[in-house]
Design a protein. Structure first.
Length: 180
């Protein structure tokens, strides 16, 4: 049954353009050397997809995506959107929260989720790379923002567009992901 469920889920993801899907479990707290055990574990999922999208210019495309996402947030969705520049080009970062509630015999049970997205237009193609990291461990938002920022900074489109070596003078510059 589990195998069938995962196979059906994988098929649905592939049909939607997903090229990568993973679940991560991260130790929170404790010491880096392992002398102190983690205080708890946090979980998140990462989905990476490629979508077809008219893309006359990555800067205009990113601006259009940001405007569309802002309008959706204005309809009560509760999200924040920001245009950013990554080594691979202009992108949009979106952070959205949601609430799920279930009516159970013992009363209502609720759970909150946070989703961090990076929308990155391909520089020379009518496609879009979408990185989505989501978690029910909303207290770890800053940790997951940093994880997704590190991933997004490594994205490169083709051999001619590899991320440049890290300039240590930029390390004191605040990350656009830390604005939330």
């Amino acid at each position: 049954m589990t195998t069938a469920m995962y196979a059906a889920n994988a098929q649905t993801l592939v049909e939607g353009g997903t090229v990568y899907n993973a679940i991560g479990v991260f130790p929170i707290g404790g010491s880096a050397d392992g002398a102190q055990p983690p205080e708890r574990h946090s979980r998140a999922t990462l989905t990476i997809s490629v979508r077809e999208l008219a893309n006359p210019d990555p800067h205009l495309t990113a601006a259009g995506i940001a405007e569309s996402l802002d309008k959706a947030a204005g309809s009560g969705e509760g999200a924040e959107t920001q245009l950013v520049t990554l080594p691979a080009g202009p992108a949009v970062v979106r952070i959205a929260g949601s609430r799920a509630a279930w009516d159970l015999p013992d009363g209502e049970q609720e759970c909150f989720f946070v989703r961090i997205e990076v929308w990155l237009p391909f520089p020379d193609d009518d496609r879009l790379l979408l990185l989505c990291l989501s978690t029910a461990d909303v207290q770890d938002l800053h940790f997951y923002q940093a994880v997704l920022a590190d991933i997004a900074d490594t994205v490169a489109f083709g051999a001619d567009n590899q991320p440049e070596a890290v300039d240590t003078t930029l390390l004191s510059t605040p990350s656009p992901f830390s604005a939330y």
